[in-house]
Design a protein around this ligand. Structure first.
Ligand code: BTN
Length: 263
């Protein structure tokens, strides 16, 4: 049964107030980009499945029917901030929504692996893909794509994913309605995108939720793996690291990926 009511009744004023739901698409990010000129700011697209779900760095995002929430939101007037800070705010909204749904406390519950992965218990719960793009009307917009695992079917899961992925069901043994989760994310997004929520507050919460700071990491950039210690998150959302040869560097999202060494 579809529970669109949760979306219509959400407390969000703009985010997700207009929405469309599809049974199958190639990618909700692709679809929103294609239609953006005629869609209102804050429009939300949800699909039951994605045939070519995309992750960062050209990776595919496994998006089978019945296992996750696959949603994209259109931002026509994104506040002027770095890509890292924008993605950080999306991550915060997802964490807050998951906390509300699962009653996980925000210190021991869901955390963020810089820059855009949501983790629980060392495994990935959700991936976020934010993209700036030029629309058919010549304007520049941003799409925030969110893929959150609700209940994974272990047997069907590709083995490379099953080792590293978790779901809301794995965490709580409860089934959740994807429209309720989407409504919570939209409500939390409006709070973190509000100008009263300062960049300083956003970074402070982001740091509290970071599963990277203080850890040994491997940074993958342009076919090179660099070992480093993750020192801090900067005020613009960049990650400050000290590489093993002693240099301090500021990393930005782009083509970088980070692997956290397990303790
Ligand atoms: C990542 O893990 O690197 C990011 C994954 C982002 C997946 C979401 S699902 C909805 C939206 N549509 C896509 O094709 N990708 C994003």
């Amino acid at each position: 049964m579809n529970n669109y009511k949760a979306l219509s009744e959400s407390k969000a004023v703009k985010c997700g107030k207009s929405f469309s739901v599809y049974s199958s698409v190639d990618s909700t990010n692709n679809l929103i980009k294609k239609m953006s000129a005629v869609l209102p700011d804050g429009h939300l697209i949800i699909a039951d499945e994605q045939l070519s779900g995309r992750g960062r760095q050209g990776k595919r995002f496994y998006s089978p029917n019945g296992e996750g929430l696959y949603m994209s939101l259109l931002f026509k007037n994104p506040r002027d901030c770095s890509d890292e800070l924008f993605t950080a705010k999306i991550s915060l909204a997802v964490c807050r929504a998951v906390d509300r749904i699962t009653c996980t406390d925000n210190n021991n519950g869901v955390g963020i692996k810089w820059v855009n992965d949501i983790y629980f218990g060392g495994k990935k719960l959700c991936g976020i893909l934010c993209e700036r793009f030029s629309a058919a009307d010549g304007e520049k917009y941003v799409v925030a794509g969110i893929g959150l695992n609700i209940k994974l079917n272990g047997r069907a899961l590709p083995s490379d994913i099953s080792q590293i992925a978790t779901s809301l069901y794995d965490i709580t043994r409860n089934d959740y309605d994807k429209y309720v989760i989407a409504a919570f994310i939209c409500e939390e997004l409006e709070k973190v995108m509000n100008e009263e929520f300062t960049p300083e507050e956003a970074i402070a919460e982001y740091k509290r939720r970071s599963v990277v700071i203080g850890r040994e990491i491997t940074v993958h950039v342009q076919d090179e793996n660099i070992r480093a210690a993750a020192l801090d998150i900067c005020e613009d959302g960049a990650l400050l690291v000290r590489t093993e040869d002693g240099y301090t560097k500021k990393l930005r999202g782009g083509e970088i990926s980070v692997r956290v060494k397990q303790r």
